[in-house]
Design a protein around this ligand. Sequence first.
Ligand code: PMP
Ligand code: GLU
Length: 397
Amino acid sequence: MTHLSDRVNLISESQTIAMARKSRELKAQGIDVISLSLGEPDFATPDVVKQAAINAINDNYSYYTHVSGYVELRQAIADKFKRDNYLDYTADDIVVSTGAKQSIANAVLSLINPGDEVIIPAPFWVSYLEILKLAGGVPVIIDTTIENNFKITADQLKAHITPKTRMMMFSTPCNPTGTVYNKQELRAIADVVKQYDELYIVSDEIYEHINFVGGHESMAQFPDIKDRVITINGVSKGFAMTGWRGGIMAAPRWIAQACDKMQGQFTSATCSITQKAMHAAMNMPAESTHYMRDAFLKRRNLVLELMQDIPGMKTNVPDGAFYIYPEVSSLFGKSYNGFIINNATDLTIYLLDEAHVALVPGAAFGDDKYIRFSYATSEDKLIEALKRMKEAISKLS
Ligand code: PMP
Ligand code: GLU
């Protein structure tokens, strides 16, 4: 007999990871699946980073580190925040973790009590909701629209704040919509936040380097609310290091200390070798990863262009990250061979079966009228995937 905890039963499997697993299984059966499901750069980790890790192994960096990470690494991260984002943090305000995912979990589990309300603008990244559920928090979802480029407005935020609101969680650039907030839009959010002393913002900036519209704007740049911002970052996306597992949080010291305590019971620290690699990444000049950003921009334009030929795909123009998030509800009610498309989940099942293209349904991000493409793959594969999708969708009637 199995006897799982209520806690684990409460949460769902990560749907991005589930879709990646399904496509790996189909590939293992010899089916030529093109996976546009998992958000991970297809580039190799930069050579200087790899070399730093090799040196670290040879130099015997093989012992437990400080739970929050080597102090020199945290100092390099503080220097990066100063250099790139004009943010003043000290090494003591920073906690290095096993990924932005753990950094978010540390912050939520450290700050949220059962019953506390957390505002999450939708579409949101898949794990926010599940991590929040683990903490017993109550999600308050604010819907945004394609027409507003999926941005939440200050008025919307204000209208959802209650005496129980403790946090807002969002990403810029956004996964899954690619939306990038500019300085004025963040300032408008800050103007609301500053009126509520107990409201904290988890600002997930992991796609900082994949921004097609110019400089990255950090939520913590506004001095009047900086003491209520938890800045999340990491090396997975900007430095093509998803498997290394390195995450970053910068926050007021009392929050950093709480997260250090939490992490000290869960994972101790991330891998010592990864930390040395992260240190090299932090010291790289910002321009040195622009070749990846430029390739992503080219692919975004390619996919947007090819998508125009596929009926039923209504999309914004994403300004960052490497996702496209079309609204597909005009295909609902159509069918092929008796399989009826009732929602975006059905469409992703159909496209996986019929076109052998793996995508993630919008249900994972808060609305099952959308599908998410990750275009972090080669142009050839993107062209082939879109061709197959066009054929499969043309069979629906
Ligand atoms: N936040 C967002 C918005 C993401 O897309 C991801 C992707 N994995 C993460 C956090 C977690 O990243 P990491 O690999 O650093 O855990
Ligand atoms: N963040 C990526 C995505 O959204 C990786 C998968 C995950 O960590 O859930 O696809």
